[in-house]
Design a protein around this ligand. Structure first.
Ligand code: MSP
Length: 514
């Protein structure tokens, strides 16, 4: 069994979870479930990032202690994972003792090796972004862009990590590992960033400025810079499971690729004598109704509420079908409902209902066997399409082209519905001609088998729906996924359910849409 370690970014707890957080978890879950179906031994980590200025400020605003604030908001993120049916093996919080211990050990080790030094630093500091700024960050007119908030010039002593001395190593590493970043074009962005000399990384914050962090093991007047703390979570979670190191994929948004994940993190690991991650997968960003997500303007989708209203699998399906991994996408209720009605209810839901109805009406509720002598062109065409679809869909999953994989799968569902029209079992059922009777049985068996197979391509994206549809066909999947993807007569004699409720018409207005 191959070990496969995959992580999401850990979310800041300064606000409640939103659609962007939900998408990242679902995307990572799809990959994790797919790898498990392929037989890998998967370890899937997600969690929350609890230290730093933003969290300290949010707690202050609420008038409660940062730890209490973190305890509350973290529960919302944990609950979201449950709601979305995320199959994570672990949920890490950076305020946990297990994590603080690892961060301190790593810092001490790097300090002892001379990778960290103390220096005086004078510069322009953005409180909002928690970072020192450089001249290249200024507007052409010399002012600071609004995103930095208030910018002040300060001088302070701090600890620095020797990033610069590993710059050449990282460039070589990227050149030798062309697939380090997915999508590939983003790797260029990393190399571009590395074409300028790197500054050493300031990894401390004086406690008078920021208290909410992990105290440096070698100087108690400072806490650790939040990114240096947060990135280490990936290592903390498997520190006693070395078989999972290095990580196969860190799934992150495009905004945190450069520099934290693609530059700081591999260099931190290299300096500590640890192997860098094998790959980073940077996904795009969701907008809502064409504009930036924002709680204050009400342009916001609460993923948990949405899932409660339309079903978790419908939301999972939409996000994975709509977004091409790496690109940005827009979320609108209109587009969601178009896919919900057109693809889920009218295509897949309809196929399930027709199959159950006709098997009950013309087969006494039991899937008949195919009569080989009437297994004609329409059956053969559908079977050939199945083989092609299956092979394509597996390959598309390997390449993270999940939106196309779903499109192909649903094209097969469409073809199965069309097959039913061609054979028109309701007409055959009226005939007493033995050939028509044989065709009737064959068509019932064929539609059931095609439905079983089509749905067998969906468990990574829609795990509950897959179980439900297989269930109404009287089918339980086997242990080896690939063996299930073979067209044969295994449903013969299966007792099907009377009906299935899969994608009901949504009732009232959706939750919070701007
Ligand atoms: N805490 C850091 C990550 C530390 S990882 C060691 C952080 N947190 S975050 O809450 O701001 O973002 C968490 C993830 O959600 C990031 O990968 C980010 O890209 C993603 N998203 C935030 N908004 C998003 C959208 N609108 N759309 C898609 N993903 C988005 O950054």
């Amino acid at each position: 069994m191959k070990n496969f370690y995959i992580t999401t970014a850990i979310d800041y707890v300064n606000g409640s979870p939103h659609l962007g957080h939900a998408y990242e978890k679902v995307l990572t879950d799809v990959i994790a479930r797919f790898r498990r179906l392929m037989g890998d031994n998967v370890y899937f980590l997600t969690g929350v990032d609890e230290h730093g200025q933003k969290v300290q400020q949010s707690a202050k605003k609420r008038g409660i202690a940062p730890q209490q604030f973190c305890d509350e908001v973290s529960e919302e993120f944990r609950a979201l994972c449950k709601t979305l049916n995320i199959s994570n093996n672990d949920f890490i919080r950076t305020t946990e003792e297990r994590h603080k211990k690892v961060v301190r050990q790593l810092l001490q080790q790097l300090f002892d090796k001379g990778e960290i030094y103390k220096a005086e630093y004078k510069g322009f500091y953005s409180t909002r972004q928690e970072q020192f700024l450089q001249d290249k960050d200024r507007n052409p007119d010399g002012s600071w862009p609004e995103l930095f908030g208030e910018v002040t010039e300060i001088t302070e002593s701090n600890y620095f990590f020797k990033l610069r001395q590993y710059q050449d190593w990282l460039v070589d590493h990227l050149k030798a590992n062309e697939n380090f970043v997915f999508p590939r074009y983003r790797q260029k962005q990393v190399l571009e960033f590395l074409s300028e000399p790197l500054n050493d990384l300031c990894i401390s914050r004086p406690k008078e400025r920021l208290e909410w962090g992990i105290t440096l093991p070698f100087d108690e007047n400072f806490v650790t810079y939040v990114w240096f703390d947060a990135l280490v979570n990936y290592y903390t979670a498997v520190v006693d499971k070395p078989e999972f190191w290095p990580a196969d994929f860190h799934v992150i948004g495009k905004d945190i690729l450069v520099p934290p994940h693609a530059v700081y993190w591999p260099i931190m690991l290299k300096a500590a004598g640890l192997e860098p991650p094998k790959s980073l997968l940077a996904h795009g960003w969701w907008s809502i109704n064409g504009s930036k997500m924002s709680k204050s303007t009400g342009n916001f989708v609460d993923a948990a509420e949405f899932a409660a209203k339309y079903g978790v699998d419908a939301l999972r399906y939409f996000m994975i079908r709509e977004m091409s991994v790496g690109q940005d996408s827009d979320f609108s209720l209109q587009q969601f409902l178009a896919r919900y009605n057109g693809e889920l209810a009218n295509n897949l839901g309809n196929l399930v209902n027709r199959t159950l109805n006709m098997t009950n009406r013309f087969g006494g509720g039991v899937v008949p066997a195919v009569e080989a002598e009437v297994f004609g062109q329409p059956e053969q065409d559908l079977q050939a399409l199945w083989t092609k679809t299956r092979d394509e869909v597996l390959a598309l999953h390997e390449g993270f082209q999940f939106h196309i994989a779903l499109e192909r799968t649903f094209a097969f569902i469409t073809a199965t519905n069309a097959y039913i029209e061609t054979r028109a079992p309701w007409k055959l059922g009226k005939s007493t001609d033995p050939k028509d009777q044989a065709l009737l049985k064959t068509s019932l068996a064929t539609m059931a088998e095609a439905l079983r197979l089509g749905v067998s391509l969906l468990p990574a994206v829609m795990p509950d729906t897959t179980l439900k549809i297989h269930g109404v066909l009287g089918y339980t999947g086997g242990a080896v996924w690939k063996d299930e993807l073979v067209w044969d007569g295994r449903l013969t004699g299966s007792k099907v359910a009377a009906t299935a409720i899969l994608f009901p018409r949504p009732q009232a207005e959706p939750a919070k849409q701007g």
